[in-house]
Design a binder for this molecule. Structure first.
Ligand code: NAD
Length: 264
């Protein structure tokens, strides 16, 4: 049988380097037969993203900052011209001032609250709105969340609030676009050492805590996120929308850890 994503075209947003979750997803999608385009956040990132794109035969690289509506329009216009249609989009983008990814959530500034919400939540809605006209034959839209949306995690603060809003928007978007055969889902990934994660206070401890206490007793990889993404983006998941799918070694299922399982 043909590869699961054969004949499908997808846009990957959020590759910054070879540790990015978006890169893990892109590799898996390419391995399963998809044709891809990448966006990147401005020229300084292009020198990192281009060699990765070359590795998997991606030639369409689009400069796109999600806070700049004109650059979002230009990226989707290019896709309309080059491809005419689109089968899936991966949104793996988030940002918050790292000075507020420590200390109290209570002290979040209005400016950083608005910017965190804009980049980490609203941008997905804007992406979906722009993808819709290219998905006349249906499609699959995927974003990335974290357990801090559901429960308090140390230092996650305003990002947890933004991820809660993102998860709620996945459900609203799924309902808006479902009648058109467009599915909208999120993967809630366990902690992974990436550029974005390096801004989170005590991240090394969070990784250790997950490793010791998750049912699988280890952390996950971006390749594992990629494999789950392939399922959600493919027709194998044709009945799945509005879902928050955990790829976290089962961490979210644990209510109280065993007294002897904490990191030493
Ligand atoms: P990363 O730093 O590799 O990726 C973050 C991406 O966001 C970068 O490519 C960056 O260029 C992009 N970005 C930020 N602001 C942008 C803007 N204004 N316009 C366009 N792009 C912008 O880190 P990552 O961990 O791979 O993050 C990807 C997604 O996964 C994020 O939504 C993150 O919250 C989520 N996530 C990460 C973890 C983790 O532990 N690393 C866990 C769960 C969820």
């Amino acid at each position: 049988s043909p590869p699961i994503l054969a004949g499908k075209r997808g846009l990957v947003m959020g590759v910054a380097n070879d540790r990015s979750i978006a890169w893990g997803i892109a590799k898996a999608c390419a391995a399963h037969g998809a044709e891809l385009a990448f966006t990147y956040q401005g020229d300084p990132l292009l020198k990192r993203v281009k060699p990765l794109a070359d590795q998997i035969g991606v030639s369409t690289l689009l400069d796109c900052d999600v806070t700049d509506a004109a650059s979002m329009d230009a990226a989707f216009d290019r896709l309309r011209t080059e491809w005419g249609s689109l089968d899936f989009v991966i949104h793996a983008i988030a940002y918050s001032d790292k000075d507020e990814l420590k200390g109290l959530y209570l002290d979040t500034s209005a400016e950083n609250f608005a910017q965190t919400m804009h980049i980490s939540c609203y941008s997905f809605t804007e992406v979906c709105r722009r993808a819709r006209p290219l998905m006349a034959a249906g499609g699959s839209l995927l974003t990335m969340s974290y357990y801090g949306a559901e429960q308090v995690m140390p230092h996650y603060n305003v990002m947890g609030v933004a991820k809660a809003a993102l998860e709620a928007s996945v459900r609203y978007l799924a309902n808006d676009l479902g009648p058109e055969g467009i599915r909208v889902n999120a993967i809630s990934a366990g902690p992974i050492r990436t550029l974005a994660a390096s801004g989170i206070g005590d991240f090394r401890f969070i990784l250790k805590w997950n490793e010791y206490n998750a049912p699988l007793r280890r952390n996950i990889t971006t390749d594992e996120v990629g494999n789950a993404a392939v399922y959600l983006l493919s027709d194998l998941a044709s009945g799945v929308t509005g879902e928050i799918h955990h790829v976290d070694s089962g961490y979210h299922t644990v209510g109280m850890v065993a007294p002897d399982s904490a990191p030493q």
